[in-house]
Design a protein around this ligand. Structure first.
Ligand code: AMP
Ligand code: ZN
Length: 115
């Protein structure tokens, strides 16, 4: 675990989160500041700072992350109406937490392109 990483602490159960799903590779929990009726975060359990830092050794975890995203969309009831899976990267991408995470947003019509 990387010290002072809030998402590592959620994976470890050291700070509370509304967990949706967890397995040996990924953890899914509700975003604390939801921007849509469904807004969950899907993260690898192992600390990876951003998409840019993903290496070949992370392929299984990143594949699992996307697989679980589709399953959680079904679980949360947005699979039929549609949803968006977004990874913000770096300053211009609006990344605030430097532990890789995918946002899953749904339950309302999402505009395109994002602001
Ligand atoms: P990003 O801007 O892509 O780095 O997104 C970070 C997201 O993490 C934001 O949508 C925050 O609302 C969310 N967030 C930050 N701290 C927590 C927390 N303790 N529990 C759940 N979500 C969080
Ligand atoms: Zn971390």
């Amino acid at each position: 675990m990387t010290q002072d990483c809030i998402f590592c602490k959620i994976v470890a159960g050291e700070i509370p989160a509304k967990l949706v799903y967890q397995d040996e590779q990924v953890t899914v929990f509700h975003d604390i500041d939801p921007r849509a009726p469904v807004h969950v975060l899907i993260i690898p359990n192992r600390h990876i700072a951003s998409l840019t830092a993903v290496g070949d050794e992370d392929a299984a975890a990143v594949g699992r992350l996307l697989t679980v995203a589709g399953q959680v969309a079904q679980l949360t009831g947005v699979a039929e109406t549609g949803y968006r899976v977004t990874v913000n990267v770096g300053r211009d991408g609006g990344q605030a937490v430097y532990h890789l995470h995918a946002h899953l947003l749904g339950g309302r019509r999402l505009s395109w392109p994002p602001g």
